[in-house]
Design a binder for this molecule. Sequence first.
Ligand SMILES: Nc1ncnc2c1ncn2[C@@H]1O[C@H](COP(=O)(O)OP(=O)(O)OP(=O)(O)O)[C@@H](O)[C@H]1O
Length: 692
Amino acid sequence: MSSSGDIRIPSRLPLLLTHEGVLLPGSTMRVSVDTARNMQLVRSRLLKGTSLKSTIIGVVPNSRDPEHETEELPALHRSVVPTATVTPVPHRTSWFLRKNNRVSFFFAVLFLFTGHLPFKIVLHAFNGLLFLSIGTAGLAVQVVGSNWPKPHYTLLITGLCRFRVEQLLRERPFPVAVVQQLDKLEQYAGLDSGDADVSSELGELSQRFYEVALQLVGMLDISVPVVAKLRRLLDSLPREALPDVLTSMIHVSNKEKLEILDAVSLAERFKKVLPLLTRQMEGLKLLQRTRKPRLDDDRRIIPIRKGGGLAPGQLSMEDDGEEEDSDDTSLLERRVRGSNMPEAALRVCLKELKRLKKMPQSMPEYALTRNYLELMVELPWSKSTTDCLDIRAARVLLDSDHYAMEKLKRRVLEYLAVRQLRNSLKGPILCFVGPPGVGKTSVGRSIARTLGREFHRIALGGVCDQSDIRGHRRTYVGSMPGRIINGLKAVGVNNPVFLLDEVDKLTKSLQGDPAAALLEVLDPEQNHSFTDHYLNVPFDLSQVLFIATANTTATIPPALLDRMEVLQVPGYTQEEKVEIAHRHLIPHQLEQHGLTPQQVQIPQDTTLDIISRYTREAGVRTLERKIGAICRAVAVKVAEGHKATKTPSSSSSSEVTTGEISDTQIGTNELMSWLTAPAYCGPLTLVTFLPL
Ligand SMILES: Nc1ncnc2c1ncn2[C@@H]1O[C@H](COP(=O)(O)OP(=O)(O)OP(=O)(O)O)[C@@H](O)[C@H]1O
């Protein structure tokens, strides 16, 4: 390896002859490879090599059309450099001489015929003067192959530094040459620091160059990612790299790029690129004059910004400038900083933001990182509701929401009272265990109402993957946060009431045990630093009030059961069901179906009949459904403006007689058909309704 400065390239390089574009150090170029020599290089060097060294190749601009490739090596781009800078001269009969140069040919013939020493010297001098090929050593970062429309590869190459071809070692199957590295970076090390050794001319040149580059960037729309990137590069790159990088980014012809490639001396490079920058600026000014500035919603001008350059560092993470409003990622950065997240989370977010700013938007990871940051911003790190617990009001509310359940309501009130006195949420997690439809979920909702907190139900029935609770690691495609973090995002506060519904229906699978993941969530000693795999930073769950429900304790894992206080919710007696129906279910269903209590009246006997003949359950869910069925049928009749339909059995003692509304009554058979219970065979009391 030949060494010079920070970048070291191998002393022998395979040469890739490009006919489109010029690769400059510090830039990245996509090269289409379809000629036989280049294809061979890709196959035997890039695809077979395993070391980093094997991915470094020499990219040399080639003047010949690839369509007309012959067995002979084409003429390479040749730079004209003074002989004083030329150290070595090719030892072999030079292949430089063979092609396209009449002067060389003339001297070659002369040399062959005379063999005269002075001619040899002249020939060498011409070799050195005229036929030196300069290329860019590049790192092949991506190789993509395709067979359509014909076999070819596409390479993504990042330019490292210039080199000069000193000696061609072989031509087939692909050219390999001894090269000399040209960009000796250490000689410019003092450029930025203002070292006294650095010639003042070079220092001035670089400063002028930097200022012109700043002016140019200042004329562009900073919200365009590539412009924002260029602005950052101006400050972060060493000054000596700027001419090459800027040339590859502005509008210049291939010929001009070749001239910059040939400019081995740094001062010459600065001098050659400066007029190109000025030309670009002139072009932009012209555009500015011809095109009326267009304002978009954010009141920014696209694509050219009026006025002069930007102050250095204006785009830096710390500044709050006008440009930041128009820059999408800067807006996100402001939201990250304003979200009041803990120090650890903020550090992670800023790191991700930094990565995001460097990523092109087309990269799949861009969307992933953005989604992550959006979630981090939306999470309620410090947003909470104030508890408004009043035990007397809580008792009234619980009583008005639920009939019976005296034991359960008493325990809930005790629980809330202790919480109020201790002003802390540490304590056992309440777990309501009972048959379906006895009001477990609805008591949980009432608790949230009494506390004045947000309520969120997490259905755990059938959950068999622990990632459902803890989230997926971000390395997976389609990764998401778990249900706890999703719930917090949904409610938007960090102290909601979370109802973990059906904890007894969690199942184990190959994807892990979700019950084990719940252990950390429910343990008050640990849940202040709950770490979701997706977030990868702890989130404090200690303010969340967890309540669990289950139909049986038999299938709850013992470790989980140990963390909870089980409150049995027994089924209801028939009388309790009748009361629940008349106090809660019927008014609720009437409201749901847009009916008034005057339009439908269901006597207690009817309810009892429905309960005993049409439902067989501990809870009241089926009863509620039956009442819903009656309401739906009545709603149709009411909407139709139905007239009285009295059946013979309607004269029974249980008939509803409510004055003027009794003329429109539904008979036994009709009601029976609404309830769709095949086993029904006895007489039924009547339901009365008023037409609209
Ligand atoms: N004591 C009660 N007072 C008033 N309404 C009740 C009562 N018990 C149950 N309900 C009503 O019954 C319906 C079903 O209740 P809920 O969904 O809370 O049952 P659950 O016990 O959670 O059932 P599951 O175990 O199937 O989830 C709700 O509309 C609820 O309001």
